[in-house]
Design a binder for this molecule. Structure first.
Ligand SMILES: C[S@@+](CC[C@H](N)C(=O)[O-])C[C@H]1O[C@@H](n2cnc3c(N)ncnc32)[C@H](O)[C@@H]1O
Length: 247
């Protein structure tokens, strides 16, 4: 993989205080609280280069979602996305259903896990969110294996025989019966909901239509990388949501 920074590349600028994602623009500069980074000083250098207090790095998908994605909706955080990929057992070639697309945060991970031959079918009913998600995914340099639909799944969809499905909606329990009909027999369905009441509603519906039900919460505690005073950060994300998986 080429490691040279070029004009128009997406870069992660890491300073001791903050991280930023931006696109390199020949002749222009990027201003941070630590000072100014001239893009001409980094074009032609390798990713990993340090200019004053600015490290210039290749953004990972995790970086892009945390610092580069334009959020128009709540998003699924990378800490959950990793588990989702694992539990849906995603691999190259799979046909995957997602609703709603939201800001496209989860779509980016799902699509990467099934590329190059797999296809993600993602549905979003709100035009503004659909357009924003498409823009985010394009900015991340992804989307070749994603089919976007500005469509309300209440109306049904033309596709079926999915190898896996994930839904991030307010009332996923309403769609459980229907989701079974679009999935291949034995395939995994995943859902994320923020409250236990919603989990209960899902369980009541799942009893009849799914088995092998698992409910998990992903708690992540980050540490301050100081070798002499190693301890967790004071602030952590206390709650995002519950993940429910069933086959
Ligand atoms: C919480 S957001 C999804 C965020 C997304 N998982 C992400 O990581 O960016 C939920 C989305 O579902 C969409 N939605 C809700 N009901 C829908 C339906 N019946 N059909 C299609 N989209 C729907 C909403 O408009 C909203 O954008």
């Amino acid at each position: 993989m080429n490691n040279t920074i070029k004009d128009k590349d997406l870069v992660l600028i890491s300073t001791p205080k903050r991280r930023y994602i931006t696109r390199v623009e020949k002749g222009k500069s990027f201003f941070t609280k630590q000072g100014v980074l001239k893009f001409n000083d980094i074009i032609g250098q390798e990713f990993g280069t340090k200019v004053d207090t600015h490290y210039v790095l290749k953004p990972s998908l995790n970086d892009f979602i945390l610092y580069g994605l334009k959020r128009e909706t709540q998003i699924i955080y990378p800490k959950e996305s990793g588990q989702i990929i694992l539990k849906l057992d995603l691999a190259n070639g799979m046909k995957v259903f997602e609703c709603g697309t939201g800001s496209g945060a989860l779509s980016l991970f799902l699509a990467r896990a099934i590329e190059p031959d797999g296809v993600l079918f993602t549905y979003e009913k709100e035009k503004v969110f659909y357009q924003n998600a498409k823009m985010n995914i394009e900015n991340a340099g992804s989307g070749k294996n994603i089919k976007f639909f500005n469509h309300d799944i209440e109306k049904g969809i033309d596709e079926k025989d999915f190898d896996a499905a994930f839904v991030d909606l307010k009332e996923p329990h309403k769609y459980i019966e229907w989701l079974r009909t679009i999935l291949k027999k034995g395939s995994v369905l995943g859902m994320l909901v923020p409250t236990t009441n919603q989990v209960s509603a899902i369980l009541k519906k799942c009893e009849k239509h799914f088995f092998d039900i698992q409910i998990i919460e992903v708690l992540m505690r980050e540490y301050i990388p100081n070798p002499t005073r190693l301890r967790p950060k004071d602030i952590m994300v206390g709650h995002t949501g519950y993940l429910v998986f069933a086959r």
